[in-house]
Design a protein around this ligand. Sequence first.
Ligand SMILES: Nc1ncnc2c1ncn2[C@@H]1O[C@H](COP(=O)(O)OP(=O)(O)O)[C@@H](O)[C@H]1O
Ligand SMILES: [Mg+2]
Length: 412
Amino acid sequence: MILGVGSFAHSLGQALADAGTTVSTYLTRNYGHFPPSLVGPTFSRDAFSSPVPLIKKNGVEVVIPQSIDWALAPWAKDLLKSGVGIFSPTREAMRIERERDFARKLCADFKIPFPQAYVASNRLEAEKILAGHPQPFVIKNPLCSPNSPIHTILCETVEDTRAWLRHVNYAEGVFLQEYLGRAEAGHIALVSGGEIYSLVTNQEYKYAFNGNQGIVAGAPLGGLVERDPDDQYSLARQLIHPLLPWLRKVRFNGPLQVTAVKRGGQWHVIEYNIRIGVTSGPMILRMLKNPVETVLKTARNEQLDPQFKSGLNFGCSLTLAGYGYPFTQVRSPHLPLEVAGPFDCDVWWNEVAQGTDGQLVSTGHRIADVIALAPALDAAITRAYANIRKIRVVGSYFRTDIGRSLWPPGRI
Ligand SMILES: Nc1ncnc2c1ncn2[C@@H]1O[C@H](COP(=O)(O)OP(=O)(O)O)[C@@H](O)[C@H]1O
Ligand SMILES: [Mg+2]
């Protein structure tokens, strides 16, 4: 059972269904309800205040949460007690994503490079930190949640930082992290049975517009993954493996993704995530020969044997953004969505619904994710672009330069 909505639930659900299992979705947000209904039964929060009775009744073996906020739901304790497999670390192990300052401290304890960072609870404190350390800071939520009062704000100069500090919401305080430049990359592993299994190295294109311009959007506009069980760029060896004693101590089982920035020849941790996100998750499951077994065994904290399909070395994901994105305050009416011809790669609907006449309509800011896998990177990118061009919604857009920067890892 997926705990999520939109293209996350659509894509992971379909990949697992195609691999021979049955999938349902407990809809944890108030949008994107139509796409997962294309894969299996869906259950709304209005009709079912908790997924736990459904899990018991339907004999669900594993749940896959879209974000970490399930742990704050009124039914979280029941879910943990139910004994169902959870494809995510739980309890103490979740702190590595949830609390940014905890991740900073872990890195310090295990000698993993992490940018200078400070927590401030109000504007006065934040401005004092800036006065004492006059350098650009990225402004982040100290506690990660999809509903945080602030989302990451990139400041490239001290003046940028000062200007934004006058403007942000301090309800949960701010986490100020030294700005380290643009040479970013990510790596995704599974941790299970006390071992680390590298899967892919990835890039997420988070700037809203071509040429990495505009703001860092709430979710990426595109992504690349490269199958990488041997960790050829050493990201896992430098930034994940040193954590092994802690991972074992807290019985961490689930995905572990590191996002890093290279400065002065050295990779630094920007953040850890404990889930497979909407950009890389579907590509990873499609790359595996045994995705169902891998997810189940991870949820049960057993030894893994992830097997890759031969040939699918690279994946490219493109997002079709709707009217107003990335400035999510801007709204539009439901708009007709037209598709010209059949797709020859995966297309996952996100904020899309079906009208009573059967026609699809876009209902929000992120319309679809188009994903292609291929033996070579260029082929994956070309196929994804050929397919996203078949979708038309007035006012929508996509980046046309995915893969032309920020790859291979370390390049700007
Ligand atoms: N310290 C930093 N230096 C440079 N870029 C950063 C830094 N922190 C974040 N970024 C950029 O902002 C993006 C989002 O930040 P991240 O910490 O991953 O938060 P979230 O994913 O929760 O928004 C990163 O992927 C990276 O592009
Ligand atoms: Mg991130």
